[in-house]
Design a binder for this molecule. Structure first.
Ligand SMILES: [Zn+2]
Length: 251
């Protein structure tokens, strides 16, 4: 018996392999066609059996090793979710590794002010991950407060944030983007990038209480009320990997 979560249910895995073979799509990593008839070959030099480098394998978009970040309940659930699969060449899948070397995940953390977004992201970040947080950028640019940026600081920080998101996409590192209230278009762009969307909803009153305890700048409570008074696209949307998450109690 294999301990590999991919083969815990080998009948299901075989069925999914048949499904991807039947679809005949190109490699999800390099974009080149896959010859689905390739499989094990005998190495002409060593005489050993090994996988043909261009053979078909199932690649998990959110790597099984990072199942928690993808919002899965277990490594098996991550491996078995067909929405998290794509076909790939054996060699491309091997180069990709466990997702920590240049084929990272984009996480978008959504929620009202004081919902604990930054804490939530920091608790889940691994070494090498990038955090893009408008408040932190504004503060680094000289805005005196750590929240509620306004005026030209807001505009400059926003430009720096957009540049950071573009650059992070280029490097394909795992990136955590803090975004209070994306528009429907912005959410669609995140979905197209295959982002994992985390929606934090500790409740309006909890956010307001937190704003008072933290002595947040004037306007924060209004911003919380405003966030909760709108029907946000991601609250009703069940598509993509929208996850309604509760931040940890110690935020
Ligand atoms: Zn490939």
């Amino acid at each position: 018996m294999s301990n590999n979560p991919r083969y815990k249910n080998s009948a299901l895995r075989n069925k999914q392999r048949q499904y991807w073979k039947h679809r005949g799509l190109p490699c999800g990593i390099c974009g080149q066609p896959i010859d689905y008839s390739l499989g094990m070959v005998t190495d002409p030099i060593t005489g050993k059996r090994r996988m043909h480098p261009m053979a078909f394998v199932i690649d998990e978009i959110i790597p099984v090793s990072r199942w928690r970040e993808g919002g899965y309940s277990s490594p098996e659930a991550c491996a078995q979710d067909i929405a998290n699969q794509r076909p790939a060449h054996y060699i491309c899948n091997g180069r990709r590794g466990d997702g920590t070397r240049g084929d990272g995940i984009t996480h978008v953390v959504i929620g009202a002010p004081c919902s604990g977004k930054t804490t939530y992201a920091k608790q889940r970040m691994q070494q090498g991950d990038v955090l893009i947080d408008l408040d932190a950028i504004a503060h680094a640019l000289g805005y005196p407060d750590t929240h509620g940026v306004s005026g030209y600081y807001f505009k400059i920080a926003q430009a720096a944030r957009a540049a950071a998101i573009r650059e992070a996409a280029y490097h394909r590192c795992t990136t955590w983007i803090i975004h209070t209230a994306p528009s429907a278009e912005q959410l669609e762009q995140y979905n197209q990038r295959g982002a994992v969307v985390h929606v934090l909803d500790p409740g309006e009153q909890a956010c307001i209480d937190r704003a008072r305890i933290d002595n947040r700048p004037a306007g924060t409570v209004e911003a919380i009320r405003d966030w909760y008074s709108h029907d946000h696209c991601y609250q009703s949307s069940k598509k993509a990997a929208v996850e309604i998450a509760q931040p940890f109690a110690d935020w």
